[in-house]
Design a protein around this ligand. Structure first.
Ligand code: AMP
Length: 144
């Protein structure tokens, strides 16, 4: 199997840094094209009426934060390597898989918080969701 396109999924946690480092390392080694995705979680776009934050305001804030997150990772770990950026809105795992399929990725790279027990039951696991539903191979990178 050859990996021509690698899609690296990132959130704002330190766990994603490992995914970026390994994904970029692999991409460089095999000459694959890189994609970077952060999904704007639709559950966060409802705003907070009590705090005077409308859904439109919430989306604007999330878009700005997403841009900062992506640019920060690019500046630190990707530099001027060719890269396609994706910032869809929706459910993270589903959007990552959909984007990977549409972009024809051969591999999805994610980090993992390695949550277990009650915490995992409550907040769920994006990486696990991706592994369960993706037809594209997935590389899950734990924190070193
Ligand atoms: P988990 O600990 O199983 O929930 O997986 C965390 C990993 O899922 C992160 O390191 C990212 O690679 C990925 N991830 C989580 N949320 C998002 C998001 N909103 N957009 C893109 N990737 C995400």
């Amino acid at each position: 199997m050859s990996f021509k396109k690698i899609l690296i999924s990132v959130d704002e946690s330190q766990f994603s840094i490992e995914a970026v480092k390994r994904g970029v390392e692999l991409g460089k080694a095999i000459g694959a094209e890189l994609g970077l995705i952060h999904v704007i979680d639709e559950s966060q776009t409802v705003g907070n009426i009590d705090a005077g934050i409308s859904p439109a305001d919430a989306l604007k804030i999330l878009e700005t934060e997403t841009e900062k997150l992506m640019q920060g990772l690019i500046d630190l770990y990707i530099h001027d390597l060719p890269l396609t950026k994706f910032t869809p809105i929706g459910k993270p795992a589903a959007q990552i898989i959909k984007t990977a399929e549409q972009w024809n990725a051969d591999l999805i790279v994610t980090g993992t918080h390695r949550t277990t027990g009650w915490r995992r039951l409550i907040i769920g696991s994006i990486s696990e969701d991706i592994i369960r539903h993706s037809k594209i191979p997935v590389l899950v990178v734990p924190l070193a």
